[in-house]
Write a protein that binds this ligand. Sequence first.
Ligand SMILES: Nc1ncnc2c1ncn2[C@@H]1O[C@H](COP(=O)(O)OP(=O)(O)O)[C@@H](O)[C@H]1O
Ligand SMILES: O=P(O)(O)OC[C@H](O)CO
Length: 493
Amino acid sequence: MPAYLLAIDQGTTSSRAILFDREGNVVEVAQKEFPQHFPQDGWVEHASEDIWASVLTTCREVLDKASIDASQVAGIGITNQRETTLLWDRKTGEPLHNAIVWQDRRTADACQRLRDAGHTAMVQERTGLLIDPYFSATKLAWLLEHVEGARERAERGELAFGTVDSFLLWRLTGGRVHATDATNASRTALFNIHSQQWDEELLELFGIPASLLPEVKDSSDDFGRAQASLLGGEIPIAGVAGDQQAALFGQACFEPGMGKSTYGTGCFMILNTGDKAEVSRNRLLTTVGYRLNGKPTYAMEGSIFVAGATVQWLRDGLKLFANAEETETLARQTRSGHSVYLVPAFTGLGAPHWDPQARGAIFGLTRDTGIAEIVAAGLQAVCYQSRDLQVCMNDDMAAKTGTLRVDGGMVRNNWVMQFLADMLGVPVDRPSVLETTALGAAYLAGLHLGWYRDLDEISGLWRCERTFTPQMPEEERERLYRGWLDAVERVKC
Ligand SMILES: Nc1ncnc2c1ncn2[C@@H]1O[C@H](COP(=O)(O)OP(=O)(O)O)[C@@H](O)[C@H]1O
Ligand SMILES: O=P(O)(O)OC[C@H](O)CO
């Protein structure tokens, strides 16, 4: 009797394979970082084979480490960095180009032209998204235009497009399955979130042949089987979701009004809005939170491109410390209320500003500014940006957001979590399982395989490890936040 679920979490900087037991406990983890490529200012690519190799290696490693074989794994759930765009040959499975990563801004001009031509309202109405280089549509159009012969081959039906989930499904099933799930599809800007279909007018607008597209399935569904030659036995693939939606699921945010924020490379705050696809007045995104039995549950999302990536930049670029954990000690050394602000607009600004041309800056330096203040400012920026999103969500929902569930690598930092609670003015709940993205993918697979009766059973498994409650006086909170708003205004183009 299989006792485990295997989650593949293919993230922006690393791939992880995690084994969970039936109660959602982490049994074993394997992780592998892979290289980031920055061929030009604002461009970000991944070698597709690095993505695949890191996934395969970590899956094999996690089974090895746990001393189990494929027969003990009931099913696989896949979760992935979203929007990242791949194009491959249907016969050979060979990618035609590096994957263009969600952070990549190369299509900023193309997006500006589409906005100037007045397409914003139509795109937002159908997809819940804005016209921005972040989403897959213009990245795919760029590939079709710039890779020699790609458009002709696409027209002849020889090529397949996919976000990372589709690419992994293709490889895992030996080219038998070309599919995605509704959450990933909802990030392409080609998918109508109301009809739950690829949208012909959008395909025409972006110049995308329909033959390239994967089949869109529920997030908990039959996605075929991983080939026996890969992991030592066939394993059903039964869950797929984009990583932020998977985290929403893993955090058991199943009721409208429940929200989570994930602090990994970027930061993504997502609020469940139930069966309503709420349109934001504040340039937040409407997206599919998950789709079960053909029924979408919608969510509102604020996306911040750079969160933990600031910590990486402070570590690797400025060499201010050796390990991310040291940031907590450094931040504790700062004088409270210091006025240094770091705006990490390395690849432009995401929600709610959507300014692809903005670039980062540090403000408020004085003679007593040291490494600690700069590091603290980098950490605080993530909290200020979360507040930006909270302000928008409160306005859009005409209600005050309540307790926030958090996850992702940065939430290990207690100083950041306390400052976050202070800045948001709401309690911040850190769960005992921090791998909620992977857990969400495992739950989705488990749901399809009948491991869990329903969402209530999954909710019952969620455990809080620590709650951070706001302590900062209101006046101080507002003074600090005003300083942030001022700093952001200064970097916008
Ligand atoms: N203790 C810490 N304090 C601050 N940032 C941290 C800490 N530990 C990890 N991070 C940051 O969290 C990020 C990793 O989070 P993770 O959820 O693994 O990211 P991803 O899935 O996007 O690759 C890195 O950018 C790292 O710099
Ligand atoms: O790799 P992550 O965890 O930073 O997530 C990336 C997002 O899915 C991009 O939309």
